[in-house]
Design a protein around this ligand. Structure first.
Ligand SMILES: *Cc1c(COP(=O)(O)O)cnc(C)c1O
Length: 391
């Protein structure tokens, strides 16, 4: 056994959290300033401004002090009132999970569910909205990570806005890895975070909130205030003149500052390009070696995660164990309904580098063969390289 469980792996190719960029790790080590020190208040305002530039919003984003699950629950609690009728679009485990939060805040939750290797069809959303004019809130997940598939969120957003409803978008594992922004998809609350494609550790949520999203939350008598779940508490916290509702996670803000500098410094288009290329090379390698993609069609496969269908007769947990033990490569499993049925190769932040497609295909193919599979690893590597070299 080359890589024992006690040892660190050689490379973590998961779909988040991912190892942080070295510069972000150095940023986390900056001085932990007193939160009311003018230097920190200035830094906090600047970080929110950088997030606004990165998210391309008119309104200032909000940072919440917990990894993005906090932002998702806070969005449900703040935006959804008991009289709302919610349409939850389900294409995987995260969007399914959001429905349970939605039901906590309104008894009226409808669902439109597609198989977890499919994408939500905007035509079906349009039909649902037409059949149910009473729908006031729609929730969707852009990239339901345990499925590795992308939903057409801008088309969905256009329909939702035309209907007059509010839109909550989970963009945790898509933002920063592909072209996606809160206002492009007309989201009223857009939830993301630093711990996927921005290459920072888990610990914060970044929210894009529209003007009408703020109005709706303020009109909701049940929206949390003076609570860890509150979005409203943080409305003016960006300003160096205003008090924080409670102590911000100073070290995480330091790390996010660097992560945003890296993203904006490299150039978002360049960052998206290397995510897309790494994913395309991985897909080519995986299919050329004889394995199958989980996604029903390559056009809906995510640029930030490649989900590979587990071949008949192979134990998925064993497959990941062998890949780690022999090659020191860590992949993600499926979750809930997709657990045991697929293995996920992440391309996020620092691991969205094309050469990691070669490492991923090699380690996955080697592990498949160690378990009696018939992967043609050489063909897979050549196919991955061909995609990289053609770019
Ligand atoms: C990662 C992720 C989250 C945050 O959840 P954790 O697994 O707890 O980090 C939320 N939604 C999506 C789609 C994600 O990929």
């Amino acid at each position: 056994m080359r890589y024992t469980p006690e040892m660190e792996p050689a490379v973590t190719l998961t779909s988040g959290p991912v190892n942080a960029y070295p510069d972000v790790l150095r940023g986390l080590g900056r001085t932990v300033l007193y939160d009311y020190d003018p230097a920190f208040q200035r830094l906090y305002e600047q970080v929110v401004e950088k997030a606004q530039v990165a998210m391309r919003t008119e309104t200032r984003p909000v940072i919440l002090q917990g990894e993005p699950v906090l932002g998702l629950e806070a969005a449900a609690a703040s935006l959804i009132a008991p009289e709302d009728v919610v349409l939850n679009l389900v294409s995987g485990v995260y969007s399914k999970g959001f429905g349970y939060w939605a039901k906590r805040y309104s008894p009226n939750v409808l669902e439109l569910e597609v198989p977890y290797n499919e994408a939500v069809d905007p035509a079906a959303v349009a039909e649902m909205l037409k059949a149910h004019p009473e729908i006031t809130v729609v929730s969707a997940c852009e990239h339901d990570t345990p499925s590795g598939t992308i939903n057409p969120i801008e088309e969905i957003g256009t329909l939702v806005r035309a209907h007059g409803a509010y839109l909550i978008v989970d963009a945790v594992s898509s933002f920063g890895g592909m072209r996606t922004h809160p206002e492009d998809c007309r989201a009223d609350i857009y939830v993301t975070g630093p711990n996927k494609c921005l290459g920072a550790p888990p610990g914060l949520t970044m929210l894009g909130v529209s003007g009408r999203g703020w109005d709706k939350m303020k009109a909701n008598a049940n929206a949390p205030r003076a609570s860890i779940l509150s979005i409203l508490d943080w409305e003016n916290a960006w300003s160096r003149e205003e008090a924080f509702p409670f102590t911000p996670s100073v070290a995480e803000i330091n790390g996010l500052d660097v992560a945003l500098d890296l993203y904006l410094g490299e150039g978002p288009e360049k960052v998206w390009e290397r995510h897309a290329l790494t994913a395309a090379a991985t897909r080519a390698g995986v299919t050329a070696m004889g394995a199958a993609l989980w996604a029903a069609r390559e056009t809906i496969a995510s640029p930030t995660t490649t989900a590979v269908r587990t071949p008949e007769g192979i134990d998925e947990a064993e497959l990941r164990r062998v890949a780690r033990e022999r090659y020191g490569v860590v992949f993600s499993s499926g979750r809930a309904e997709t657990q045991g049925k697929l293995t996920r190769i992440g391309h996020m932040g620092p691991t969205a580098q094309p050469i990691f497609a070669v490492a991923a295909v090699t380690a996955l193919g080697g592990a498949l063969n160690a378990l009696g599979g018939t992967a043609n690893v050489g063909r897979g590597v050549e196919a991955a390289l061909a995609v990289i070299d053609a770019a």
